[in-house]
Structures are given as structure tokens and as C-alpha cells.
Design a protein around this ligand. Sequence first.
Ligand code: ACO
Length: 422
Amino acid sequence: MTDTLTVRDDRTGKEYKIQIQDGAVKAMDLRQIKASEKDFGLMTYDPAFQNTASCKSRITFIDGDAGILRYRGYPIEELAEKKNYLEVAYLVLHGELPTKSEYEDWVHSVTYHTMVHENVKKFMDGFHHDAHPMGMLVGTLGALSTFYPDAKNIFDAESRNLQIYRLIAKIPTLAAFAYRHSRGMPYIHPSNDLGYAANFLSMMYTPSPTTKYEPNETLAKALDVLFILHADHEQNCSANAMRSIGSSHADPFSAAAGAAAALYGPLHGGANEEVIRMLTEIGSVEKIPEVIAQVKDGKRLLMGFGHRVYKNYDPRARIIKKVAEEVFQVTGRNRLLDIALALEKVALSDDYFIKRKLYPNVDFYSGIIYQAMKFPSDMFPVLFAIPRMSGWLAQWQEGLLDPEQKIARPRQLYLGSPERHI
Ligand code: ACO
């Protein structure tokens, strides 16, 4: 067996041997296939990159048909059970789980970069009182680049590390400040004696700077597991945005703002907010058949269902369902869960969904947990962005250091008017 693809161009009768490597052919190898001397050469047409690998990566493995997700080779189920988010973030970024001393250094560095410049608060104050927190997060992430001009030294490993600490440390602070701003509440500074998720809960929910607040351990642990599940997901829309912006050698704060903007959309990180809206609108189990009929008539989507890559149950949704039970023991049961479970049951036994391999994705249950934990629904994409920062940074750094990468610049098939004159 040879690792080549023989292509015959029926326009010219010519045959070409194209190398197959790692299960792919290089699109640039098709350029030699020309119908005439002047021809530009053959391109591939792949809107939304449905069958195009834009990079080589060693970070996250997904087998969408089998419902498998692994970070750096470790199954998501094992990581969710045995590790905490900061260990997983280290793994995603560095390729290996930290040793004890590496972990201590990492936690220390992240913990001591959680404060933001006082002027960031003033910047935040400029937002309208009803600004969407994700819009505020996108804006302030971009603004951070003006506070750290050294972040432009993207080919200096030490500088890159510093920006990684800063971004992973500060995103919960920005997220909590965005929430507090929208409520007209004073900002709560980070607490260095709390873990990553617990500190975020403290910045969110401490009633006032003069009041002591103890985050509930079960809820902090549940949030930490949700953070693990959201740390990375290979070349999704926002990771692709991060890599694409990073490929122009923009600083990581600007690239992260762009990635967060990509995550904001209802087809990506905004989906769990849509799920809650949909479940609330459905309101009762009795209305489910009517909704399913509308979906099958193409009148609406079942939010939280379907995935570009998973054509099986999203493994993260399975773990989240378990976490939900633990959370509800503390918060009381969210009545939307009953509607969600009934909807899932109907959908999974319906031909429309079976044929299209539409299963619940991570967003189907995460919103229900967040709601039970008293996060308003406009905070949901923000809760997704916090842990995804580690994945974005890992993808950004990998792309930057890959000698085969260049500035991202796809081609197009021009179908517009030929030359014409006024
Ligand atoms: N409800 C009903 N039908 C659906 C849904 C859905 N949620 N998702 C896909 N379909 C149908 C499509 O209409 C299409 O049907 P057709 O073949 O009859 O035209 C078929 O399933 C294939 O769907 P595509 O749109 O081609 O799938 P694609 O991979 O492009 O889209 C996406 C994936 C965007 C996630 C889509 O399933 C969707 O919009 N889901 C709802 C939003 C959502 O939950 N997003 C979260 C994604 S996970 C994440 O970002 C963390």
C-alpha cells in the first residue's frame, strides 16, 4: 500500500499522484492540477471547514462518532473525576500534568495575577447599566492589551508565560466585575486564600466588600468540574478565531477578545442561554410534542442539540447530568430539568433526531445548573469563556510556534460580476 492518492483530471486526461500524510492530502498539492497553462490551479471549496484540517495539533482529541473527548490523551471523564481545573489548564497548556512543585508554582502565579488595574474598573464603569456581560468581557479583554504593551513580545517564551498567567487569572475577575456592574453592586476583589472556582463565586456573590461570604464547597466543586469540561474543544469556532487572529501576530489579549466574541454567538457559547429561554418558553412537559413538531417542520431548532463534531452523545453532557444532581442537593431541583429530561427522551427516540444523529450537547444541561446556582442567563457564555481561556491560549501558542503556520488567509471562489465599466 502506498500513501498516495492518484487523481485523474478528466478535463486534460492528466494523472497526478498526491501524497497522503496523517490521513490528509495537502490542499496546496492540488494547485498543480490545471486545465490550461493560465489556469490558477485547483482549489478545494469547504465553507465552514467541514472537512479541512487547518492545523496539526497535539492538544485535544475528539472522536465525534464514538463520543470521545481527551485532553493531551487523558479521557475527559478521568480528568473531571480526579483533577481540578487549574491542573487541567496546566495540562492543556503544557502537555503534561504538573508535578507537585510545578502545580504549586502554577497556582501561585495564577493566584497572584488575579487583580486588575484600577483603570479597568473605570473602563467597566463606562458600560451602560444593562450591557450584556459577555459584551463587557469582550471589551475589557481587548482593553487589557493596552495595559500590557509587553504582550506584543509574542516570540519571547517568558513574556508569553506571563500573559498566560494574566489571562487565566484575570478572566474570572473581569467576568465577576461585569456581573457586579450590571447589578450596580460594588466590585469584590479576589481572595488569594480561595481556589479558582471558589474565588470566582466569592467575587460574584459576596454581598458587599464589608461582608464575609463562604462559597459553598459542593457548588465550587461543581463549577470546577464544569470548568474542566469547557477547557478546550480543539478547532471550534472560537479556537479558530484565536488562532486566526494570533496568526497575524496580534497580542494574546486582542486575540482572546476576538475568540470571546466568537463564543458570544448563539450557535456557540450562547447556546445554553438559548436552551434556558427555550425550556422556559416550553414551560411544561405537555407542550413537548408541539415543540418537536415545529422542529421537524424546520420552524425552529432544538437548542442544545446537535454538534458539528459529535454525532453521538456529547461525553461532557453525560458528566454534567451527574453534576446537576449534586448541585440540586444544595440548591433544590430546577424544574426546567424535568422538561429537559422529557425533551431529551422524546428527541432520542424520534426518527428525525436519530437519522440526523442529533444528541444533547454540553449546553443542554449546563444552563440548568448555572441557573440553579443563581447565575443569570446572560452570564452563561461568560461562564464558558472563563475556562476556555486555557484552551484558547494553548491553541494560540501551538499555532504561533508551528513552523508550518502562516497568517490565516483562506481563498474564495469569486462568482461576482466580471470586469465591467460605468
Ligand atoms: N435542532 C433541529 N434540527 C437540527 C439541529 C437542532 N438543534 N441541529 C441540526 N439540525 C438538523 C439541520 O436542520 C440539518 O437537517 P437537514 O439535513 O434536514 O437540513 C441536520 O440536522 C444537520 O445539521 P447541520 O446544520 O448541517 O449541522 P452543523 O454541524 O452545521 O451544525 C450546530 C451544528 C450549529 C451545533 C447545530 O446542530 C445547531 O444549530 N444546534 C443548536 C445550537 C446549539 O446547541 N449549539 C451549541 C453547539 S455546542 C457548543 O458550541 C459548545
